[in-house]
Write a protein that binds this ligand. Structure first.
Ligand code: CO8
Length: 257
């Protein structure tokens, strides 16, 4: 599959999707949005791939929605184009997605990074929701995910007053997993993805699903989701293999079954 605005690469069991619209700081026009999701979903369907990395370039992970493309749109056109709803496709990806973020992650770019499962940020990364400066608010989950992650007051400052976070601040607030020099950002994300890719695939998928349930449900419902996933894994060959390998003091050989 060839794309015009994303590049794809495979390293071992890791599928890499690189946003590639550098002339617009990787702003999401309709084509980039469509191709990003197609590329991520293709890797999600590929049995040889166990983890995904989503990245941009050194200047920008993504500078948000393409402002010029939507400047004249009516509410009806915005709804019909499904520009915002399309971001829900991120939640349907079953394999872990690691964002490797350098430079700007603004607006929809910050929201896409937040909807990934882990974030590796470079020292140059800057996260923000500048929509207020162009007369709107985040529309792809920023208000909800930031409030859940950072608490109400910092989320309010970001949404109402364009407060940006450096990568160090984002790490202090638990929003990113690690901060590395810019030249190491992608490799570090691929290493992390590669480690997860070597683990029991069905357990990884169930673990992702259970952690995500914490953001969707009450504690009681979340605990029930966790328990269901835990019990389901006892139907897999990998659970038998993992526990036998522990008892036999050897490395497990996962089958993904
Ligand atoms: N949309 C369209 N074009 C953009 C965008 C953008 N978001 N960001 C940058 N560009 C373009 C610039 O217009 C410029 O184009 P040209 O060379 O033709 O003039 C080129 O990219 C380079 O940009 P700059 O010269 O400004 O580069 P700098 O390195 O000086 O600055 C910044 C980079 C800080 C990223 C700056 O470009 C900027 O502030 N961009 C806008 C960021 C922003 O406001 N983002 C929020 C957008 S709204 C949003 O994301 C809402 C999401 C809700 C749902 C999503 C629906 C799809």
């Amino acid at each position: 599959m060839t794309y015009k605005t994303v590049l794809t690469e495979v390293r071992g069991k890791v599928g890499i999707v690189r946003l590639n619209r550098p002339e617009a700081r990787n702003a999401f026009n309709q084509l980039l949005l469509r191709e990003m999701f197609e590329a991520l979903e293709a890797f999600d369907r590929d049995d040889e791939i166990h983890a995904l990395v989503l990245t941009g370039d050194d200047k920008a992970f993504a500078a948000g929605a393409d402002i010029k493309e939507m400047a004249e749109a009516s509410p009806f056109e915005m709804i019909q184009s499904r520009r915002v709803e399309v971001f829900d496709r991120m939640r349907l990806i079953r394999k872990p997605v690691i964002a490797a973020v350098s430079g700007w992650a603004l607006g929809g770019g910050c929201e896409v990074a937040l909807s990934c499962d882990l974030i590796v940020a470079s020292e140059t990364a800057k996260f923000g929701q500048p929509e207020i400066t162009i007369g709107v608010i985040p529309g792809a989950g920023g208000t909800q995910r930031l409030a859940r992650l950072l608490g109400k007051h910092l989320a309010m400052e970001m949404v109402l007053n364009n407060r940006t976070l450096t990568s160090t601040e984002a790490q202090q607030f638990g929003m990113v997993n690690r901060v590395v020099p810019v030249e190491k950002c992608l490799d570090e994300a691929v290493t992390l993805a590669g480690e997860i890719a070597e683990r029991a695939p069905l357990a990884v998928s169930m673990g992702k699903d259970a952690v995500n349930a914490a953001f969707e449900t009450s504690l009681t419902e979340g605990l029930a989701a966790e328990r269901r996933n835990f019990h389901v894994l006892f139907a897999t060959q990998d659970q038998k293999e993992g526990m036998q390998a522990f008892a036999e003091k050897r490395k497990p050989a996962w089958k993904g079954k």
